[in-house]
Write a protein that binds this ligand. Structure first.
Ligand code: NDP
Length: 356
């Protein structure tokens, strides 16, 4: 097993990356992290949010864009391990951007892996894919890491993640006998848990909207939830696990229906002046809406289905015992309130120890 000299973490300002970096530093690793645009105040702010000493030399932030191929060899120099979290996909969520989304995801993947194949210090790459690259979850039969999502069936985002991961495995295969690095794929579900980095993205929006009763009803669909702290641990364990090499790993705690998320939030926050959404929308209404707005079609296809995934590799190879769903959801809501992303009610009671 190659010794870890320095770990490159791409997309340092992101939700999952924040937790990964904290975990790495707590484990005594040296971290070089990337952002597309860096300056002194950005680095100071990131260090503060991640609790890193301003003078600590075990952390450095550098500029790099996965869509710019020639920036990576210098950035990778001296790094033995790479955690590829940067996603050129944020901002492109509309179905009409499908082609652009997939093109950028594939291009970013190939740019990084090509550079990794040229920089001799790189021994292992942890690639963050998604459980949506395993399946679009329209059936209850168990899914394993052997499965691949049908790209003609899912959303623009699931298609981009599937094609990007396939591109990564094909790239590794194309290196034939002379594989300079090992690849480990992490396939997380919908990641929730304490949020402290940048402005909240898609996963935080589900908790924020439910807590704030943005919509009076939620669809009857089950989300493959996982905890960001478990996802961070999975990435860090994947750096050194012999059995993880050149394999995929599904990270999911459980499939949870949206109204259950509302009920969990309600039991914690109702007495604190919040009114989380717990009512379920009518299927016939959503089906009717899907005739006019195609973005509702995947919702109808997944309506009422509680899928099933095999998480043996998560538990046995990456040694993850998933965090309880209630804790994941409640901790995320507290962190969104305590970090000023959601309003505090008069009755709000901050927990004794803020979730981290
Ligand atoms: P975020 O959106 O929070 O962060 C992604 C980061 O990527 C941003 O902070 C941004 O940093 C960086 N980035 C964006 N475009 C580029 C680019 N062209 N080059 C370099 N960096 C770029 O993402 P998450 O933490 O939510 O997700 C991280 C990874 O995990 C992604 O690949 C995502 O698809 C995957 N994933 C996420 C799930 C979730 O529920 N959140 C579920 C499953 C998979 P900056 O602006 O500073 O450059």
């Amino acid at each position: 097993m190659a010794e870890i000299t320095k770990v490159l973490v791409t997309g340092a300002t992101g939700f999952i990356a924040g937790h990964v970096i904290k975990h790495l530093l707590q484990n005594g690793q040296c971290v070089r992290a990337t952002t597309r645009s860096n300056n002194e105040s950005k680095e100071r702010e990131l260090r503060e949010k991640l609790g890193i000493d301003p003078d600590s030399k075990t952390f450095e932030l550098v500029e790099a864009d996965v869509l710019v191929a020639d920036s990576w060899e210098a950035v990778l120099d001296g790094c033995s391990h790479v955690i590829q979290l940067a996603s050129p996909t944020n901002g492109f969520w509309n179905e009409e951007d499908e082609q652009e989304l997939s093109d950028q995801a594939i291009r970013g993947t190939i740019n990084i892996l090509t550079a990794c194949s040229k920089v001799l210090s790189v021994k292992r790459v942890i690639f963050t894919s998604s459980v949506l690259a395993v399946s679009n979850f329209r059936k209850t039969t168990p899914h394993t890491e052997k499965d691949w999502a049908d790209v003609d069936e899912g959303t623009a985002y699931s298609k981009s993640k599937t094609l990007a991961e396939q591109a990564a495995w094909q790239f590794l295969k194309s290196l034939e006998g002379e594989k300079p690095f090992e690849l480990v794929c992490i396939n997380p579900g919908f990641v929730l848990g304490p949020y402290f980095t940048r402005s909240p993205g898609c996963s935080a929006a589900v908790i924020a909207d439910t807590l704030m009763n943005k919509n009076s009803r939620v669809p009857h669909i089950a989300l493959p939830i996982c905890d960001v702290r478990d996802v961070a641990k999975a990435h860090v364990t994947a750096l050194t696990s012999q059995e993880a090499a050149n394999k995929r790993h599904i990270i999911v705690s459980d499939f949870v229906f949206c109204d259950k998320i509302g009920k969990i939030l309600s039991s914690e926050f109702k007495t604190q002046g919040y009114n989380p959404t717990t009512a379920v929308a009518s299927r016939s209404l959503v089906k009717f809406l899907s005739f006019f707005d195609s973005s509702h079609r995947p919702t109808i296809a997944s309506w009422g289905i509680k899928p099933n995934v095999d998480t043996t590799r998560m538990r046995e190879v990456l040694k993850i015992t998933p965090t309880a769903i209630d804790k994941t959801i409640v901790d995320m809501a507290y962190s969104l309130i305590q970090n000023g992303f959601l309003p505090e009610t008069e009755q709000f009671r901050a927990p004794n120890n803020p979730p981290v």
